[in-house]
Write a protein that binds this ligand. Structure first.
Ligand code: NAD
Length: 264
């Protein structure tokens, strides 16, 4: 049995992970990390699960084979700082989006001694779409086909554009041999002038309970193509993250992606 600690355990994704892990016999949630460890210095009983705050999570993390993090940009940074050396000998799956450059670099560094997998999206469909977006972008050059990425999420999401939208944009840019930074254009407004060729535009819709929708539009003069994905249930991400955790447990140190897990 693979023992798992969930960082962000009280959140939407954290609770979905707890529910789905409860349906599996190959892995078990032994604890969580969240903002509050009410009633104790580091950990408290929460159902059958112990919860620590990030700064007191080392002892709990040591009990895990894999740590899965779906918290917030600050939450991931706090987890890395709080767990410190306790992460050595474990594996780490990070689903949190909107991470700072500093946290991203810390994860790269950690990957020299720990198996680290990050993914902006754990669904099979989106990971398939990343490959398709790159392929279509390579076939349809930026002079003739404008790319716009439109995403929609629930009102509580705090980062925009979504990590998945940025990953799709990076795939499009890679298909055209450019880094995303050079072609990225966020939500136009005002006197923008005509659209320069080669840009990848991002548009974020926020509201209600939308779990996650992404559209990649390739807009030509005489035809348009649209790649679209819609998540119908948060369980698609949690299921993918648990699958990734089971796959990652015991792997050598390094930087892993969902395409390795899914064999894409
Ligand atoms: P949420 O707000 O419902 O849950 C986040 C949890 O983390 C909360 O319980 C919160 O208390 C905890 N947390 C936040 N900051 C913390 C800190 N500094 N210390 C300790 N605990 C902290 O959010 P959610 O909808 O579950 O999403 C969490 C993250 O996962 C977001 O970054 C979101 O974009 C990302 N996400 C990724 C995928 C994917 O497939 N990769 C899918 C869905 C969501």
């Amino acid at each position: 049995v693979i023992d798992i600690v969930v960082s962000g355990i009280r959140g939407r994704m954290g609770q979905t992970l707890v529910r789905l892990a409860g349906e599996r016999t190959d892995l078990r949630i032994v604890g969580g990390v969240d903002r509050e460890a009410v009633g104790g210095p580091a950990a408290e009983p929460y159902g059958s699960t112990r919860i620590a705050t990030a700064d007191g999570c080392g002892a709990l993390v040591e009990q895990a084979d894999v740590v899965i993090d779906f918290s917030s940009a600050e939450g991931t940074a706090a987890l890395l700082a709080g767990a410190g050396d306790a992460l050595q000998g474990r594996a780490l799956v990070v689903g949190t989006t909107g991470l700072s450059g500093e946290t991203t670099r810390a994860l790269e560094e950690l990957a020299s001694s720990v198996a680290v997998l990050t993914a902006a999206n754990f669904s099979v469909g989106v990971n398939l779409l990343l490959g398709l977006a790159e392929q279509v972008a390579a076939a349809l050059d930026g002079e003739r086909f404008d790319v716009e990425i439109v995403e929609a999420h629930h009102r509580a999401k705090t980062d925009a554009p979504s990590g998945t939208a940025l990953a799709l944009g990076a795939a499009v840019a890679a298909g055209r041999g450019r880094p995303l930074d050079e072609v990225r254009r966020d939500s136009r407004s005002g006197d923008t002038g005509a659209r320069p060729p080669g840009e990848v535009g991002f548009h974020a819709v926020r509201g209600g309970a939308v779990i996650g929708e992404h559209r990649v539009l390739f807009l030509g003069a005489r035809e348009t193509i649209e790649l679209r994905h819609e998540a119908l249930d948060r369980a698609v991400f949690a299921d993918g993250a648990l699958h990734a955790a089971a796959w990652l447990a015991g792997r050598p140190p390094g930087r892993y992606k969902m395409k390795h897990v899914l064999g894409l």
